[in-house]
Every structure is written in C-alpha cells, then in structure tokens.
Design a protein around this ligand. Structure first.
Ligand code: DON
Length: 580
C-alpha cells in the first residue's frame, strides 16, 4: 500500500526463506495487470456492482451525505438494478468506521422463522428429505435488509431517509437497460410454468412471458410501490402493513413458515466489530453470525510471521503458505462459529488471538501440504455455493467509510417473488447445517453451532472489512462468493499491504481458494500457468480450476494526499466507481 507505512515483518521461517531465495525457480506468475488505473476522487467515492447504483450513492455524497447515507442509497438502488443479489428480501452486514476512530457494525442477517425446527429438512430416517432447504418457500429466512439499513440510518444517517430511497424508486418506476447478466435467469424463468414463480415472471419478463432484449428498459412497478411504502413508513413499510400482509399470505398459500408475527419480530442488531492487527494496520470486520471477520483476522495473524513479499506474489511457496493458512482457519470456522446469541460461548477471543495463530502456524510444514483430516477430525462435504451476493464500498468527504455486503444467498435467491411486491425472497435457510450431528467425509456439516432453531441467524461467510491506520480508514473492501469470500478478501488485503499493489491491481490479481474440506485448492482458471501448478502440486496439493472468484469492490485512501482510489473488479459485468 503506497500510502501506508510498510512495517517489515518478523523474519520468515528458515525453510520459507530458503524457498524464497529460489525465486528464480518460482517466478511470479500473476495474470497480466490491467493497464487501467483506479478511479480517483478528492472527496468521496462509491464502488458497487452496478454503475447505476454507484451513481445513486455518489449523488448522495455530492449532496453532503455521509458514507452511511450513500451506502443506503446504493443498496436500495442495487435492489432494483441488480436483482440477482441486491435485495429487499435478503440480508447482510454493514461495517461503519468514521474518521475519528469509531467503528460499529449492523447485522441484518436473516433469521429462521418461529415455526422452524432443527429437523425441518429431514425425513424420518434423519436424511435430508429433498431440496427444500435450498428451494421453495421453506428455504426463505425472515428478511433483514430493510431493518438493517433503517437501523444504520437511525444511528448514523445524516440525510433524510426518503431522499435515500427515492433513487431506487425512480429506477424501478422509470426502468433501466436490461443487462446481459440477467439473461440466464430470465431465459430459465421463461421456460418454467410452475405457478410458484408466476410473480417472478410478471416482474422480470416482457408480458410475463418473454425475456427482454438486451438494452430494453425493464420497469418494476410493484417494486416501486414497495419501495414507496419503505420510503414513507421506514422499517414499518416492509415489516408491517401491506408488504408484510402480502408476504405472509404468499407463505401461507405455499407452505412456507414466515408469518406476519415473524416479520414484526425481526430486528437488526448493532454489534461491536471484530478487530485485529496486521503489520501495523487495524482490521475491522464483522463478528458472528459472520464467520468472515474472525477467519480473516485468524489468517492474517497466521501470515504475519512470514515475509510474504520475499516469497513473491502467487509463487508456489506463497500459495502453499496461503493454502495451509486457509485450511486451518476454515476448520476453526466449521467447528466453532454460528449465531452469537445461540452460541454464547464461541471462543472468539481465542480464535482472534496472536497466540492461537502462532500455535496453528507451528503446525504448518513449509515444504508439504498437511491433509485436512490431520487438521481436524472427520471430514465434511461443503455444498457448492453459488456466487451471487454483492458488496459495496463507500468513503465520504470526512473520511468515514462503509463496507456493506448483502445477499439473497443463491443468484436470485429462492427465485420467488411475493405477488404484488416485486421483490425476490432469499433462500438463506440453506446456510444452516441441515443434519444435526452428521459431519462425515462425503456428507454434510452437522456441527452444533449452526443448526436450525427458531429466530436464529444462519452462519455467513460475508466479510465486509475496513482496514485502518492510526484509526483512519485506508482500505474498504468486500466481495461476493459464498465461502470463497473470506479468501478473496484476504488476498486483496495481502495484495495491498504486502505486495503494495494499488486497489485496482489488488482486485484484479488471480485468486485461489481452499476451505479445509474438500481438500482441494481451487485456482482461477485464468492466471495460474501450468508450470506454477506443477510446482504447487509437487508440494502435495490437489488442484482444480474454477471460474472467476469473487467480485471485489474496493476503495483505498492515500493518507498523505487524501485522494480516494476505487476499483470495481472487472469480474463484474456492470460494476462502477464514481465520486467527486
Ligand atoms: O452468507 C453467506 O455466506 C452466503 N449466503 C453468501 C452466498 C454468496 O455469497 C453467494 N454468492 N456470491
């Protein structure tokens, strides 16, 4: 990070240092850095996964709004122009850090409805009954987004609420150009005749039947009406009255569990962030029910003992060290983390401590992969997670910052639209562990902290993070990507701090993912040449290619000049950065 003081790490282990010395044998093989520079601005910047939503947030900044205001406007606009992940019917996390050193977070993760039970997705033999935890009305958690944005506004907003919701209403009523990104979903929607999806067809298809042509204007009048109720009545505009009545009626009709009482009872929670340090920077991120902040800090603590720059970016020894670090943190994640109220004795202090990281690091063989089974008993099959969540980053004129990630879980969530409301419902119940007590080699994670229970929040990997120096935000970043999110954010933070990349290059660099189990390293298919893979595999790793991993939206702040630098990952089709 050019603008930050680089603190020389403690000396690397002898073996790693020896490997690093062979850097001519392990050339750095990053994907060619894009020529494009970050977007820069003097006062404020917004980076989000859709340029129209970015514009809505940037406009709020220009009018004197703070980072929370701009994040709210951007998030509501994304609910219109990025229906795969932007949402009213899902949930997420917002991390806020002002320029005076104060930080807080808002947890608006979905909850299990009151009628949910630990065994609700099982048959009489105790096996997962069908796909109902991922599909259909039972997969829907009580949405949290509107309550979260409302609570953040109550605590830190400076502009009128209505002013922040209005751009989304305008986009929904006036329409926006149909994006290639929506093509696949709308093609699928046009082929299904299932009455469950009738309202989705009405919302997203021309005449409820045909996909729009690319660039054709998509108007969402029902969504505009829902947003208008939210504009006028705040949280109550979603959790009570017409919207709540329509949602509960839809659930009753189709065998879902969410009632008007569940909606009335939903509340977002303001929580203390989790904090760590890394080479003189402070890491501020989301506490459980996100696993992201804890796992990120745990990994940074483990890596702090090595001179990563000396190993070289994306060389085999570097990837080996990353993998072993990821393996250990993800094992802890599975064993310990879940909803904090349901798991009051989660050992957060221990997991976040430098001592714990040191003990884990001592188990890493610098030359050879350790099998995941040796890191933790048993094995677990981690169900593939789709990659549709979205992140937005904001820095305002005063230096305050918001890092916000929210999701419907899968792309377009459950695919269910509540008739008359125009918004999609999440399928977040699939983020609970479905089978109590069953964690097997090929099976399912059944660890206790994340079993279904009424009112409980399901464990998440979303990792909105703000990195500060001297109490001032210098890096704001996050990503979608299910369980890969934590590793994406980790690698961007390392790219900036250890490899001194600008935010654009840091977001673009190729990434890897290991999540303890299955014991396979996923390498982005662009960016890891065969020779590098061979060297890495020779250390005992099993590799598999994967499509692009994550979509980073990041902003860095140059402490000397005050300039803000923003990047929307080119893995995003519609992303944009704007400010003034
Ligand atoms: O909260 C979570 O960890 C997941 N529901 C996020 C899902 C996700 O990121 C999917 N794709 N991007």
């Amino acid at each position: 990070m050019k603008t930050c003081h680089r603190i020389t790490p403690r000396s690397a282990t002898m073996a790693l240092a020896a490997i690093a010395a062979l850097s001519c044998v392990y050339p750095s093989l990053s994907r060619a850095q894009p020529a494009a520079a970050p977007v820069t601005a003097r006062h404020g910047l917004v980076a989000s996964d859709h340029h129209l939503a970015t514009d809505a947030g940037a406009q709020v900044l220009r009018q004197g709004g703070n980072a929370v205001d701009a994040a709210i406007a951007t998030a509501f606009a994304l609910a219109v122009v990025l229906p795969s992940a932007g949402n009213l019917g899902g949930g997420g996390f917002l991390v806020y850090h002002d320029a005076m050193g104060r930080a807080t977070t808002f947890d608006f993760r979905e909850t299990a409805p009151a009628a949910a039970t630990e065994r609700m997705f099982l048959d009489e033999r105790g096996a997962v009954r069908d796909t109902s935890n991922h599909k259909g009305p039972l997969s829907v958690g009580v949405p949290g987004t509107v309550a979260g944005l409302w609570l953040a506004h109550q605590r830190h907003g400076s502009r009128p609420w209505a002013e922040l919701v209005q751009p989304a209403i305008d986009l929904a009523a006036g329409g926006f150009p149909f994006s290639p990104r929506m093509r696949g979903w709308c093609d699928w929607l046009a082929t299904t005749t299932d009455s469950l999806y009738a309202a989705a067809r009405a919302a997203f298809l021309a005449d409820g039947a045909h996909p729009l042509a690319l660039g054709q204007t998509l108007r969402q009048p029902d969504l505009a009406a829902t947003l208008t109720r939210i504009r006028d009545d705040g949280q109550e505009g979603f959790y009570a009255g017409e919207t709540a009545r329509l949602l509960a009626a839809f659930m009753r009709e189709h065998g879902g569990l969410i009632s008007e009482a569940d909606l009335a009872a939903y509340h977002a929670v303001e929580r203390a962030p989790v904090r760590g340090t890394y080479r003189g920077y402070e890491i501020v991120s989301m506490a459980p029910p996100s696993s992201g902040g804890v796992a990120l800090i745990e990994m940074l603590n483990m890596l702090e003992g090595d001179d990563l720059a000396a190993l070289g970016h994306n060389t085999a020894p570097y990837l080996h060290l990353l993998t072993e670090t990821m393996r250990r943190a993800y094992a802890d994640r599975a064993q310990f983390l879940g909803d904090p109220e349901a798991n009051p004795s989660q050992p957060l202090d221990r997991l976040l401590s430098k001592e714990h990281a040191k003990a884990l690091r001592a188990t890493i063989d610098p030359l050879a992969a350790s099998p995941s089974d040796s890191v933790r008993f048993g094995a677990a099959y981690l169900a593939p997670e789709s990659e549709q969540t979205t992140h937005l980053s904001v820095v305002d004129a005063a230096g305050g910052a918001v890092s916000l990630t929210y999701t419907l879980e899968e792309s377009y969530g459950s695919g269910l639209v509540v008739p008359g409301t125009g918004f999609l419902l999440n399928n977040e119940m699939g983020d609970f562990n479905a089978v109590p007590g069953r964690t097997d080699r090929r099976g399912i994670i059944g660890t206790a902290p994340n079993l279904v229970a009424p009112g409980k929040r399901m464990l998440s990997s979303m990792t909105p993070v703000i990195v500060t120096q001297g109490g001032v935000p210098v890096l704001v970043v996050g990503s979608p990507g299910g369980r890969t999110i934590i590793n994406t954010v980790l690698q961007v933070v390392l790219n900036v701090i250890d490899f001194e990349m600008d935010i654009r290059a840091a977001a673009e660099a190729p990434r890897i993912h290991h999540q303890w189990l299955p014991d396979v390293t996923r390498l982005e298919e662009q960016g890891f040449p065969a020779e590098l893979q061979k060297q890495y595999e020779a250390m005992g790793h099993v590799v598999a290619p994967r499509p692009p991993m994550g979509i980073v939206m990041g902003i860095s702040v140059d402490r000397e000049t005050g300039w803000r630098h923003g990047a929307a990952d080119s893995r995003s089709v519609d992303g944009g950065v704007a400010g003034y």
